[in-house]
Every structure is written in C-alpha cells, then in structure tokens.
Design a binder for this molecule. Structure first.
Ligand code: SF4
Length: 332
C-alpha cells in the first residue's frame, strides 16, 4: 500500500513529442513520485503563450506530450493529469496574488531579464507575471512539495514568499507554503555532444521515435573529438555516447566500452550501434504502450477531461477560501 507523504505539483509546457532529456530529466521522476505522493501534473499551456510564436500546434503538442507521459507510466487513476487553461481558477488566483507582489521583485528576477534579452520584440505583461502564474499553479492545488532542479529553487522560494505575503496581508493561513523538493536531474546532452538536449536546438532523440530513426540519430552523435581514426585510442570520459551507455547498457557492456575505447579495441560505429540497440530495447515497452494509447485518442482526451474535473474540484475550494480570506463580498 502507498504511504502518501502529501501532494506534489509539477507543470511542463506542451512541447509535443518528448525527447530523452525530458524523459530522463523529468518524466521518470514524475512516475517515481507517484509511489509516495498524490501527484498533480499540469500541461501549462498558458505559460507557453508568453513565448510561443504560433499556437497552431498547441493542441497536437498537448496530445503528444500526454501520450508520452501516460506511456512512460503516469497513472491517471491515481495522479491528476490536466491542462492548465481548463481550470480558470488559476487566472483568478494569479490576479489575487499579483496584488501582494511588488512589481520590482518581478522585473528584478534574472529569468525575466533573460527573457527580455531573448525576445526584446515581445516583452509582454504575461512575461512579467510569469512567476506569479507559476505560484498560482502550485498554491491553487495546495501542493506540499514541488520537485525542481537546484536552478529552479528560486521560483519556488518566490511562491513561498507569495504565500506569506498573502497570508500576512489578509490575516489568514489559508494558503500553504510548498516545500522545495530539490531533485537531482541528470544533465542530458544532445547529439551535438555540447548543449543540453532540446527540441529547439534539433539535437534531440524523441522517445517515441522508431528504432530506425533512433539508430540514425545515435549514429549522428558527436564522440570524443580527439578520436579521428578508428585506430586512435579514445577517452570515454569526454564522450556523450559513453554517458548514455552508463544509463542504458549493462554493467558488463559499460566496463567493456570503458576499457576497449581507451585502447582502440572498439570503434565508435560499433559502440554507437550497441548503445542504439540498448536504447531501443529499453524504450520498446513504452513505445508499445504509446502506440496502443494512440489507437484511441478520445480516451486520452477523456483522461485529460477527468483530470480537469478533479483539478477543478480542488481549485474551486481553494478559491472559495481565498475569497473568504480577502473578505470579498459574497453572492447573496
Ligand atoms: S568508442 Fe564509444 S565511448 Fe569511445 S569515443 Fe567512440 S563512441 Fe565514445
């Protein structure tokens, strides 16, 4: 039986088909957390609106991401999986929280300044309020903990401050300060061997790719740059293929590559073929579940609808408590 420690909230933008970086860095953790927490997993489409150039693929991307989450092992009968914009109370709470958030605090945030640098042509109001919306997401569902990498911890600290400001202003304790659950996320480097795996950098490997596509992407992976010829000894410590072997290959294979690479006993082609085979084997059950789920798209949308209903029930309750705490006039 599950020993539930509390509620976890996490959100991710609808980026479509997920890649290995998403899978190893977030989704696997989402799946594992279900054993200890009530989990609320949100597809944050409203957040995406602050930066996307076009919304043309928003629905399809939401669907594809949901498929990957479910296929990876998120259990919708236990966890709440839903789309942010379908629970309008988040916009209400965002507004209430904005009243207790100093503007300077938002414009001073390094993440805001970075966005201004990235898209000077589109410094919209939503970008300024981004952390407030994020705080509203977490607070609305009364999450006790939020799993984040250490670099994201300031955002959760911002949420905690928003809770304290609100509770102080309205002499209440209705909102809950979430704990920061710092999680070790493996840094998955893309096939370019240099930058973090990212769809926008086209250096990714999709988890739902076919075995052939996967192998083709693996064969493009950059290896030890000093190993030019097959006869050159390599250094697995600087090779991204070896990093991935450590995740997907057996201890014997990892040991073999570690030794044979250094004395040119194995070539990069052979080494990549081995990794591609192991990667495909490891992802095979996920891909089979995904194909099955994809046969019934209506069922996937039903899961999201059910998630929305369950999320809304929590959200409606929180908003009622919030309005009561603020002493907004109630309907007679
Ligand atoms: S043999 Fe394998 S670990 Fe060594 S450089 Fe080539 S791909 Fe990397």
């Amino acid at each position: 039986m599950r020993q539930i420690k509390g509620r976890v909230f996490s959100g991710a933008r609808p980026t479509g088909r997920q890649h290995l970086g998403n899978y190893l860095g977030a989704i696997k953790n989402y799946v594992a957390l279900q054993d200890e927490y009530d989990c609320v997993y949100c597809i944050v489409d409203l957040h995406a609106l602050t930066t996307v150039e076009t919304t043309e693929n928003l629905r399809q991307n939401t669907y594809e991401m949901t498929l990957d989450w479910l296929a990876a092992g998120i259990r919708p009968d236990e966890s709440i999986v839903f789309i942010q914009s379908q629970v309008p109370q988040v916009a209400e709470l965002h507004l209430f929280l904005s009243m207790v958030t100093p503007l300077g605090k938002l414009t001073d945030l390094p993440t805001f300044k970075e966005k201004v640098r990235q898209q000077p042509h589109n410094v919209n109001y939503g970008l300024v309020g981004y952390p407030v919306l994020m705080a509203a997401d977490i607070i609305l569902y009364k999450a006790n903990a939020v799993p984040v990498g250490i670099d994201q911890a300031p955002h959760i600290e911002f949420t905690r401050e928003a809770v304290r400001s609100f509770n102080y202003r309205y002499h209440t304790n209705v909102l809950i300060e979430p704990e920061i659950k710092v999680t070790e996320y493996p840094n998955i480097i893309g096939i370019d061997g240099q930058r973090k795996m990212s769809k926008s950098l086209s250096n990714d490997i999709e988890i739902a790719a076919t075995p052939e596509e996967t192998k083709a992407r693996v064969m493009q992976m950059v290896t030890d740059p000093h190993r030019i010829r097959r006869s050159d000894p390599g250094n697995p410590d600087v090779c991204n293929v070896f990093s991935m072997h450590k995740i997907f290959s057996s201890p014997e294979e990892i040991a073999m590559v570690n030794v044979e690479c250094r004395r040119a006993g194995i070539g990069c082609v052979e080494c990549k073929q081995l990794y591609a085979r192991n990667l495909n084997q490891s992802l095979e059950p996920l891909r089979a579940r995904r194909t099955e789920l994809d046969r019934h798209p209506d069922d996937v949308w039903d899961i999201l609808r059910d998630g929305k209903n369950r999320a809304q029930a929590i959200a409606a309750n929180t908003i009622e408590e919030v309005k009561e705490a603020i002493k907004l006039p109630l309907e007679k």
